[in-house]
Design a protein around this ligand. Structure first.
Ligand code: SF4
Ligand code: SF4
Length: 121
């Protein structure tokens, strides 16, 4: 059974799961990442990487987030599908580039770009 990304990803979305996935089956939706139900090989490697525990095996999705099962599947029934999610490094780099997808994403949730430790000194 595939894994599913649920509500806690929304507004957090920091792509650690993308780096952990051996088959690159995370995709970029408007407000969160989604897992392609046919590409996921059910390895579970992404689950512990998620800082907000947003990822569940489909049969273990909490009742309050069951609608996310359909949300993870629906876009992949359509053509074209969603774009692939980019790695955490690339996403973080984008974050401080005005107008980039990552910058627009966090702007939507009112989050300022992260300041790298070197820049804070
Ligand atoms: S690790 Fe993945 S699922 Fe978890 S919040 Fe970050 S982008 Fe979302
Ligand atoms: S369970 Fe494995 S294959 Fe499926 S999304 Fe997570 S890391 Fe990728």
């Amino acid at each position: 059974m595939p894994y599913v990304v649920t509500e806690p990803c929304i507004s957090v979305e920091e792509h650690a799961c993308v780096d952990a996935c051996p088959v690159e089956c995370f995709y970029q939706a408007e407000d969160q990442l989604l897992i392609h139900p046919e590409e996921c090989i059910d390895c579970g490697a992404c689950v512990t990487e998620c800082p907000v525990n947003a990822i569940f095996e489909v049969s273990n999705v909490p009742e309050k987030w069951k609608t996310y099962i359909a949300k993870n599947m629906a876009p992949f029934l359509a053509t074209p599908s969603l774009p692939k999610a980019i790695s955490q490094d690339k996403w973080e780099a984008q974050r401080r580039v005005t107008g980039s997808p990552a910058s627009r994403y966090y702007g939507k949730y009112g989050k300022a770009p992260r300041v790298a430790p070197k820049e804070r000194d």
